[in-house]
Design a protein around this ligand. Structure first.
Ligand SMILES: NC(=O)c1ccc[n+]([C@@H]2O[C@H](COP(=O)([O-])OP(=O)(O)OC[C@H]3O[C@@H](n4cnc5c(N)ncnc54)[C@H](O)[C@@H]3O)[C@@H](O)[C@H]2O)c1
Ligand SMILES: [Zn+2]
Length: 364
């Protein structure tokens, strides 16, 4: 599947296809960029999936510099970015050259930041290898490194020239990382498209078994949905991008309240979706069956739907620090029906407390 992302002069394609990593070289050559390229990745991913990319690039006539960065979030620092700039300079890369980020969202964010800043911006290609990166982080042009005081604080919008998603790489992911990424997939269905939600419902077991044709279709569908949002709101200027924040207001608060240690991002988003679905039903915006159906699908794909022992007060305090708060009010994205969303600014704090309390009370 090829998903076009129409952004005027910044348009690009998302290629979703098993084995697509081997075709990156020829696809990049077709864009007419300079012959020097840098492949930014971590040692583990390089060993698993780097060979196909590097060989394809060389076959297509590119000179490739491999830049190994630390694994996961530890890659998103100024020191690592500086190391990358040094390597680009030493290898003679210029504005016509290309940085390719092969890895999860962390490698993608770092590589994108390096590409956005080196010589005021060079070509950038994302080769996402986690589910979260394939359906979310790699699409949309948000790049960043972390500040010691806050995640993603230093960054830029820099759209990729090309995104190549190989659904087969999802099969080498550790189980917990794999399942965590599915939370964003379920989220896309709930707020953007009922038909897609139902497809994931129907295929939940085969998705969990990582059957390649199902991975291909479901990941491709989710890329299409995220791309449709980016096209309509490329720089987060309207309410539309808020839709992608579904499950995240409470999800982020749960992560913060537990020091980012108890749940992965996707697990916290799963719990956030459960709570926010119930919030919609408590506010009379959605019926109880709609909330129950979301919870059932999350459980079916192996995501947590209960948060026994959670410190409710800590979670409520964390919500008041939400980045998206305006004049002290935190906007909630709620889903009145599957495939629809609404941004609600005046959710009574007592209702938020009630749904978080319910999550915390239940153990399972
Ligand atoms: N730019 C955006 O719009 C955006 C959106 C969401 C998240 N993010 C960022 O994404 C990051 C999280 O990304 P993530 O969840 O992909 O985690 P990650 O990038 O930290 O990677 C998780 C781990 O999986 C390993 N890994 C990656 N692909 C693998 C594969 N195919 N097989 C085996 N192991 C593999 C990595 O080496 C790493 O150890 C955060 O830094 C977050 O801020 C960015
Ligand atoms: Zn998320």
């Amino acid at each position: 599947m090829i998903v076009p992302v129409n952004l005027g002069s910044h348009s690009y394609s998302i290629v979703v296809e098993p084995g697509a990593l081997a075709t990156v070289g020829e696809r990049l050559r077709a864009l007419g960029v300079g012959r020097r390229a840098a492949l930014v990745t971590d040692a583990g991913i390089l060993r698993l999936h780097g060979g196909a990319v590097a060989a394809g690039l060389e076959r297509a006539g590119f000179t490739v510099t491999v830049i190994e960065v630390p694994e996961g979030e530890t890659a998103k620092t100024l020191a690592v970015a500086e190391h990358c700039w040094d390597r680009l300079l030493a290898a003679g890369l210029d504005r016509t050259s290309t940085v390719l980020g092969l890895g999860g969202g962390a490698v993608g964010d770092l590589a994108g930041f390096v590409a956005a800043t080196y010589m005021r911006g060079m070509n950038f290609v994302t080769l996402p290898t986690t589910i979260l990166a394939q359906v979310d982080a790699a699409i949309g042009g948000k790049t960043a490194i972390d500040h010691p005081k806050a995640k993603n604080l230093i960054g830029a919008f820099h759209q990729p020239r090309l995104v190549v998603v190989d659904p087969a790489v999802a099969r080498t992911l550790p189980d917990r990382d794999f399942r965590s990424g599915l939370a964003e997939i379920v989220k896309h269905g709930i707020v953007l498209e009922r038909r897609y939600f139902e497809e994931v419902e129907r295929d939940a077991a085969r998705l969990l078994a990582r059957e390649l044709d199902v991975l291909d279709r479901v990941i491709g569908g989710s890329c299409r949905l995220k791309a449709s949002v980016i096209e309509r709101d490329p720089e987060e200027k309207s309410e539309l991008r808020f839709a992608l924040n579904y499950g995240h207001t409470i999800g982020h608060a749960l992560e913060a309240a537990t020091g980012y240690a108890r749940w992965t991002h996707g697990e916290a988003v799963s719990l956030g979706i459960v709570a926010e679905a119930r919030l919609a039903s408590r506010l009379g915006l959605a019926d109880a069956a709609t909330a129950a159906r979301q919870e059932r699908l999350l459980a079916a794909v192996g995501l947590p739907v209960r948060a026994g022992g959670l410190d409710v007060e800590a979670a409520l305090t964390a919500i008041t620090h939400d980045k998206k708060a305006r004049d002290g009010r935190v906007p909630f994205v709620l889903a009145p029906r599957l495939g629809e969303f609404r941004v609600v600014y005046d959710v009574p704090p007592a209702e938020v407390r009630a749904v978080i309390g319910e999550l915390a009370a239940a153990t399972r």
